[in-house]
Design a protein around this ligand. Structure first.
Ligand SMILES: [Ca+2]
Ligand SMILES: [Ca+2]
Length: 371
């Protein structure tokens, strides 16, 4: 009796020779182009390792290195036109997806959205934004699915610019309000993310991590973790949103807040360890009357930490150097919606040092120090 496996590929026009490839144990990546979307996908249904590296020059020039089906190891899509979407599907196997931004063109900057499903297996996603100014939107929607996945987003330079084209000093130019969206989903098993921002934000930076909800059954501790190190100035009119859902979060912010910054750290219904450390720098003022004495309206910070059920260890430490209207300075205020909530667990503990934040709610934490 002959049994056939048919691999359905929804919108692909070829029929992959799955059995022949399996016999050689050679995984391969193939691509299709549809409009401005480049689809990169594992050819066939093989749980082997794929390594895909995307290089982006910032103006639509996309090059991809991969183990391509046709035997080549790199393809240059720069001449095809402006690719603004890349959809990556790598299926099973321990895959690596790299992204490198190499350019910051002052004219002709193009947006890019990468949507990646890394599939099962212990996958890695590494985005290196090259410490260049991001002058058009970048969006990363990456899902790790099953397996122990590792995410890293590093060398994020300025998100936008102050609008000056040549020199850094500018009196009345219009900022380039770029949007950076990082949306990482770990899925099942032990996942971790490490995100570093080191530039100024002129537009919007939305950082979202969902570690999933896999626990060590012996101690009910989650296996997922986020580490975010944000050495950024949030400029006037700009927005930084950091949202973490998962059991281990270590979020550090160090910089000025002239716009809006929101830190939304949510645990799980098990035992979580959540840490938020804010060091808000003195704020010299960036408004219309930049540096004008008596201009006191600065940025706004919102803290929302929720341990949910379970016995959580919560640390929230905030220092705010932008408090007094010294000459030309702008004070940074904390939203009245700010709240630290230990949740329903009976043995929560934590350190909450928020003396410079009037009115913040701290509830459901049984053993608080330094409040
Ligand atoms: Ca995979
Ligand atoms: Ca996973």
């Amino acid at each position: 009796m002959i049994r056939r496996h048919v691999t359905r590929t929804a919108d692909r026009k070829f029929r992959p020779a799955v059995e022949a490839l399996e016999g050689r144990e050679v995984p391969a990546v193939d691509f299709t182009l549809a409009g401005n979307t480049l689809n990169l996908f594992q050819f066939g249904n093989i749980n082997k390792t794929d390594n895909v590296s995307i290089t982006d020059d910032g103006k639509g020039g996309i090059k991809v290195q991969a183990n391509f089906k046709d035997g080549s190891s790199s393809k240059d899509f720069s001449g095809i036109g402006s690719i603004t979407n890349i959809d990556v599907k790598l299926k099973g196997g321990n895959d690596t997806l790299n992204y490198n931004l190499t350019g910051s063109p002052t004219t002709g900057a193009k947006p890019l959205t990468i949507t990646a499903d890394l599939g099962d297996g212990n996958d890695k996603f590494n985005a290196d934004l090259g410490n260049v100014a991001l002058l058009a939107d970048r969006t990363f929607n990456v899902a790790g699915k099953n397996g122990n996945d590792t995410f890293k987003v590093s060398n994020v330079g300025d998100v936008g610019s102050n609008g000056s084209s040549s020199s850094s000093s500018s009196s009345s130019s219009t900022p380039v309000k770029t949007n950076l969206t990082v949306n990482l989903t770990g899925g099942k098993d032990k996942d971790s993310a490490d995100i570093t921002l080191s530039g100024a934000i002129f537009g919007t930076a939305n950082i979202t991590w969902d570690g999933g909800s896999t626990f060590n059954p012996f101690n009910l501790k989650s296996l997922d973790s986020l580490k975010a190190t944000l050495n950024s100035n949030v400029n006037k009119g700009a927005t930084l949103n950091v949202t973490s859902t998962g059991s281990n979060a270590d979020v550090k912010f160090n910089g000025q807040v002239n716009g809006t910054a929101t830190f939304n750290i949510t645990g799980t219904n098990k035992d979580d360890t959540l840490s938020l450390n804010l060091n808000i720098a003195a704020n010299p003022g960036q408004g219309a009357g930049s540096g004008t004495s008596g201009e006191t309206a600065g940025g706004t910070v919102t803290i929302a930490v929720d341990g949910k059920a379970g016995n959580d260890n919560i640390t929230v430490v905030a220092t705010n150097a932008a408090t007094a209207a010294a000459t030309g300075a702008e004070a940074v205020g904390f939203s009245g919606a700010s709240k630290v909530d230990g949740g329903a667990g009976k043995k929560d503990k934590g350190t909450v040092s928020i003396s410079t934040i009037p009115g913040i709610q701290v509830v459901n934490i049984e053993d608080i120090k330094n409040i």
